[in-house]
Design a binder for this molecule. Structure first.
Ligand code: GDP
Ligand code: MG
Length: 440
């Protein structure tokens, strides 16, 4: 999928201290391929890649100590922008009822989404919605809406299959007025492709009902076809928003990325399952993170950027290279880590770690760090600078000074030496330990 592709692209940047223009070009070529393969609209890909490349070649990245993270962050920003930046709420009429018209191709998920929306509005807006059964071409369509109505506990207005949908909508709206329903959700027919008869019918319903919201329901599995069809519906009906369905499936992501820029209309909701509570407000930033497959990676990177001083990181890397990393540096690093927040929380933000069963056994709490620090503080300055001085009698003295037992002191010194060796190992790739972790 797209996420896997992009992750692979970015992992190729890992281990790079600085990026060359060539590196950026190569990465952007890969990103471009990944997006096209995910069935994102060609023009959208083209302008996206141009935008990212320009920013990536800027000084914020080229001079950075963590160029791969910077590039990922730019891609994430631009993906978010592409999908509209901010969540856009449903339109609401100043007087009741607010009228929502569902449009889209057959099988896109209009009827299901109508039910999900009713449920959502009832839960979040104390709504008393009514459905109008405007898909008169298949008896099963009316039955389906009635089942949905029953499930959510909202009435369905229908006149069977042999009336004109425009008349049904007119009569349905009258009924909603009498019953003081505050929302009316009009379910309409779809076709396997756009045709004039369908569009005429929808236009007539629109002219009669003056909907506050015309939601184009798009099947995300259809990739950029969804964007093309959305464009067609928008030209005719001037839609007000999009619902992307079936995002729970193995979708290639192209629809989410193309629709907004092709139509200029916001994606308002996403459907993530057949059940009526599987509807979510669309958040461009969260979708971008999801496409990048990063969990809360960006939150982590941002934390690291604000909390971890770049100059300090460079000094540290230098010390590791020179093999002069000592207990004083160890304390500095502990401080840095503690500033970032609880360790187990940090670990969870690393992709793949959130559900890692081993994490349950990793229990590095604040207290442990404080104990480690106490041990270091009980060393003399000479001992801190030169860990090899720590013979058994010095260790006993440190143990009693810090109030920790001798086993703990021994374990800590052993861990220190191991991590120093590990960092030495990592530094051969010209990276600090932090870089390595971030690139994880
Ligand atoms: P309509 O013809 O546009 O009214 O489409 P329907 O609402 O009848 O949906 C067509 C099929 O897609 C049905 O089997 C739905 O259960 C299914 N469906 C709708 N939305 C979703 C979704 O978000 N996820 C999944 N997995 N299936 C969905
Ligand atoms: Mg339907």
């Amino acid at each position: 999928g797209l996420s896997e592709r992009l992750q692979k692209v970015f992992s190729s940047l890992k281990g790079k201290g600085k990026l060359s223009e060539d590196d950026v070009r190569t990465v952007m070529r890969e990103v471009r391929m990944a997006l096209l393969e995910a069935d994102v609209n060609f023009d959208v890909v083209k302008s996206f890649v141009k935008q990212v490349r320009e920013r990536a070649l800027g000084s914020e990245v080229m001079d950075s100590l963590t160029p791969s993270q910077q590039v990922i962050k730019i891609v994430d920003d631009e993906l978010t922008k592409l999908m509209g930046d901010e969540a856009v709420p449903l339109n609401k009429s100043p007087h009741i009822p607010t009228i929502i018209m569902m449009v889209g191709l057959q099988g896109a998920g209009k009827t299901t989404t109508a039910g999900k929306l009713a449920k959502y509005l009832m839960a979040n807006d104390n709504a008393r919605p009514m459905f109008i059964a405007g898909d008169v071409y298949r008896p099963a369509a009316i039955e389906q809406l009635k089942v949905v109505g029953e499930q959510v506990g909202a009435p369905v207005y229908d006149e069977g299959t042999d009336k004109d949908p425009v008349d049904i909508v007119r009569n349905g709206l009258k009924q909603a007025d009498e019953n003081k329903n505050d929302y009316v959700i009009i379910d309409t027919a779809g076709r396997l492709e756009i045709d004039d008869k369908l569009m005429d019918e929808l236009l007539h319903i629109k002219e009669l009902a003056h909907p506050d919201e015309i939601l184009f329901v798009a099947d995300s599995m259809t990739g950029q076809v969804a964007a093309k069809v959305a464009h067609g519906f928008d030209e005719q009906l001037d839609i007000t928003g999009v619902v992307l369905t079936k995002l729970d499936g193995d979708t290639r992501g192209g629809a989410a990325l193309s629709i907004r820029s092709v139509t200029g209309k916001p994606i308002k909701f996403i459907g993530q399952g057949e059940k009526l509570d599987q509807l979510d407000v669309f958040h461009p930033d969260r979708m971008a993170d999801r496409i990048l497959g990063m969990g809360d990676m960006l939150t982590l990177i941002e934390k690291a950027q604000t909390d971890y001083d770049a100059k300090q990181a460079e000094d540290m890397a230098e010390k590791i290279r020179e093999n002069s990393f000592d207990f004083n540096d160890f304390i500095d690093q502990m401080d840095q880590v503690q500033k970032m927040g609880p360790l187990d929380e940090i670990m969870k933000m690393i992709p793949g770690m959130a559900n890692n069963p081993q994490l349950a056994n990793v229990n590095i709490g604040e207290k442990d760090i404080d104990h480690l620090k106490a041990i270091v503080y009980s060393m003399t300055p000479k001992e801190r600078e030169n860990p090899d001085l720590l013979n058994p009698s010095r260790r006993r003295r440190i143990a009693s000074g810090s109030g920790r037992n001798i086993q703990e002191v021994n374990r800590m010194i052993k861990q220190f030496k191991q991590s120093r060796d590990m960092m030495k190992q990592m530094s051969k790739g010209n990276m600090s330990g932090m870089d390595q972790m971030m690139g994880g």
